[in-house]
Design a protein around this ligand. Structure first.
Ligand SMILES: Cc1cc2nc3c(=O)[nH]c(=O)nc-3n(C[C@H](O)[C@H](O)[C@H](O)COP(=O)(O)OP(=O)(O)OC[C@H]3O[C@@H](n4cnc5c(N)ncnc54)[C@H](O)[C@@H]3O)c2cc1C
Length: 328
């Protein structure tokens, strides 16, 4: 790997955020990472740099330049995420720009390259941050014990790499002029352990519950696989996407990419309708960011009602057909 060290950046309080894309689309999480990194850069008094690696870098940079960033660095190499390319490119950027902190998304991709970059660059690594404070060194807020407890970790050392949980940071508005420039790094192809050659969806097709505005989420209260039709009918009437709690997925009734929760997807829809879901902490960890939560559950003491904005304490087999009729 060779690095163009033409611009040494400002190794003072600058922060480097890492954008994420998939299948030709810049992912929303990129803007949440920018928000987290922006407030950190404001606290440390430096510029906010953003790394855009692979894919349609110009289009992605155009979109990102409408957000609260100062400088965008593009590496035009490959179409999809590639561990080796990201690791090499980010290590080179860290060496050249010397940001105080690197902020990456706590996604499958982010968690893939972050440890490798941290190890190469001798950076402290903290994952799954839900809050960052850079006023006096770096303090990172994380959740523990299935989201029951929040802890604040004081990070040792001057520099660190942090992955931030998507959905925890609201996108920030554009501020001033943004420069976009290619970052020259010669990727050592021989050192790439694996190369992405294509994209294959896991079972469940192209459904991405994280992008849905309205989710109808089904839990163990549904009892039978055949009764899922009821939930799909409601989703159709509402132009919504169907998601599920873990037991429904464990039963093999719906694919894993529809599972919401600690060991599934984290979602922030406008509306989340929990049908026959009790609201266990592991489930709530994945949907508590929803704007409006509607619960349908026969048990008035079910924990889902602690976070629901609207609730129907009744049998889903009575309520759901009524809703389908109302909205069809
Ligand atoms: C390490 C770990 C990770 C986990 N990760 C996840 C995760 O990512 N996502 C997840 O969802 N869970 C996860 N779990 C499991 C979690 O603890 C709960 O067991 C699970 O969320 C319960 O799913 P549920 O609400 O569908 O089922 P239940 O808890 O059985 O609740 C079913 C609900 O349906 C109601 N009900 C029953 N019949 C009707 C009816 N006819 N009409 C209306 N309501 C009815 C009941 O009152 C009940 O509240 C995890 C657990 C562990 C230990």
């Amino acid at each position: 790997m060779s690095v163009d060290s033409g611009d040494n950046g400002n190794g003072d309080g600058s922060v480097l955020a890492v954008a994420e894309h998939r299948r030709g689309e810049l992912r929303d999480v990129s803007f949440e990472v920018v928000t987290a990194a922006r407030s950190l850069a404001d606290e440390t008094g430096g510029d906010l740099h953003v790394a855009v690696i692979g894919g349609d870098v110009e289009a992605f940079a155009d979109r990102l330049s409408l957000s609260a960033v100062d400088r965008i660095h593009t590496v035009d190499h490959g179409e999809e995420f590639d561990h080796g390319v990201y690791t090499q490119a980010l290590s080179a950027m860290d060496e050249t720009l010397r940001p105080r902190y690197v902020v990456a998304p706590n996604t499958v991709n982010g968690l893939d390259y972050a440890p490798a970059v941290a190890e190469r660059r001798d950076l402290s690594l903290v994952t799954d941050a839900i809050g960052l404070d850079g006023d006096d060194g770096l303090a990172v807020t994380r959740e523990m014990y299935g989201s029951k407890v929040e802890t604040t970790v004081a990070v040792e050392g001057d520099r660190a790499l942090v992955t931030v949980r998507d959905t925890e940071f609201t996108p920030a508005e554009k501020r001033g002029e943004v420069t976009v420039e290619p970052f020259h790094v010669e990727i050592d192809e021989a050192a790439l352990g694996a190369t992405v050659r294509g994209f294959q969806e896991v079972g469940g097709g192209g459904v991405d519950v994280t992008e849905a505005d309205v989710l109808v989420s089904v839990g163990r209260g549904i009892e039978e696989e055949d009764d899922l039709n009821l939930v799909f009918d409601l989703a159709e009437a509402l132009d919504a996407t169907v998601s599920a709690s873990r037991p429904v997925v464990d039963n093999g009734w719906l694919p894993k990419n529809r599972q919401i929760g600690q060991s599934g997807k984290v979602v922030t829809p406008n509306v989340y309708i929990a049908v026959g879901i009790s609201g266990a902490v592991q489930h709530v960890a994945g949907m508590k960011g929803a704007d409006t939560v509607v619960a349908i559950n026969t048990d008035p003491d079910a924990p889902i009602y602690d976070i629901a904005d609207y609730g129907v304490v009744d049998d889903l087999f009575d309520v759901v057909p009524e809703l389908i009729e109302q909205f069809s």
